[in-house]
Design a protein around this ligand. Structure first.
Ligand SMILES: *Cc1c(COP(=O)(O)O)cnc(C)c1O
Length: 334
């Protein structure tokens, strides 16, 4: 199968599996799983932060971070399109008693500074206490402009807010903008990094930040049910990914650019945008369902809705992309 639905679909390679079966484990709830400790330290080092904490999912890592930054009745400023606001079941409000203050994202994924400034509430018992600014990078595949990030974080700081980055694809952002992961993470108090996206691990995210913030998040991870036992087995896959699969993301980005270029040559298709490992394209509405079925019969998995998203990853080759584009072409000329 050629699966272009997401970069979460990658399967562990034999080398990654070997690193998992060779992993030394302990009981991470007791804090003595050496492989988890190694992953946390290695990720913190790459991000140039004091400490790291391993989570089963990015959703839980983001939520524990929000709960470490904000208390009950506090508020965080976030984009309408942000994963933590839109795609995590409202967890901040439901489980954290944290009120989101969503702001319309600009087309480049940023939150306009004037809107952030205007959304920060005065200190007054009428209002929730605005505590945190949360950004996402990449967002919809796009890398936030570095100058923008500096300005947004500076604004947040000057108004007494802390900052969190949903860096599920921070490594994609770093590779695409030729920055180190540390440089990308530097402005933020906390960053959540996924290993189960383009980095190719089956499971896992690491939250990085100051020792004090991570200690606080550690308590919330336990409360949220994220304390795991011999999780060194999983951490080994993430360590393998960190050591072997970061630089190769450039290949996924080049493949996405190639995919966009090839799709643009099909008259019925309108490519809306492409950045890092994602391509967004429009297909005539009436063709979406039949085309999705046509592709599936040919071993190609897509989500062929209006404004479809195609994601490249380590299990998709350049040849797979050409096969996909040829099948779309065939469909329209059949
Ligand atoms: C995937 C993703 C997450 C976390 O998702 P999980 O499936 O819970 O690991 C968070 N933020 C963004 C932007 C994501 O793409």
């Amino acid at each position: 199968m050629i699966d272009l639905r997401s970069d979460t679909v990658t399967r562990p390679t034999p080398a990654m599996l070997a690193s998992m079966t060779a992993a030394q484990t302990g009981d991470d709830v007791w804090g003595d799983d050496p492989t988890v400790l190694r992953l946390q330290a290695a990720t913190a080092e790459r991000a140039d932060k004091e400490a790291g904490l391993f989570f089963p999912s990015g959703t839980q890592s983001n939520l524990a971070a929000l709960m470490a930054h904000c208390g009950r009745g506090d508020e965080y400023i976030v984009g309408q399109l942000a994963h933590t606001y839109r795609y995590e079941g409202g967890g901040a409000a439901v489980l954290g008693s944290i009120q989101p203050q969503p702001i319309e994202n600009a087309p480049d994924g940023s939150l306009p500074l004037a809107k952030i400034g205007a959304a920060i509430k005065p200190i007054d018992d009428h209002f929730a206490r605005t505590r945190l600014l949360a950004l996402e990078n990449t967002i919809g595949g796009k890398v936030l402009p570095a100058g923008y990030v500096t300005d947004a974080v500076q604004l947040a700081r000057s108004r007494g807010l802390t900052t969190h980055l949903d860096g599920a694809r921070a490594c994609n952002a770093a590779v695409a903008s030729a920055q180190s992961i540390a440089a990308l993470c530097a402005p933020f108090d906390s960053i959540s990094i996924c290993f189960s996206k383009g980095l190719g691990a089956p499971v896992g995210s690491v939250l990085v930040g100051s020792k004090a913030l991570i200690d606080n998040a550690h308590r919330w991870r336990k409360v949220l049910g994220g304390g795991m036992r011999q999780s060194g087995l999983l951490a080994a896959a993430c360590l393998y990914a960190l050591e072997h699969n970061v630089a190769r993301l450039a290949e996924d980005h080049a493949n996405a650019a190639h995919l966009a270029e090839r799709l643009e040559q099909i008259e019925q298709v309108k490519v809306q945008s492409h950045a890092t490992n994602m391509v967004f394209a429009e297909f005539p509405q009436e063709h979406c369902a039949p085309l999705e079925a046509w592709l599936k019969e040919r071993g190609i998995l897509t989500q062929m809705l209006y404004a479809s998203r195609f994601v490249t990853h380590m299990d998709v080759t350049r040849a797979d992309i050409d096969t996909f584009v040829a099948s779309v072409q065939q469909y329209f000329t059949r």
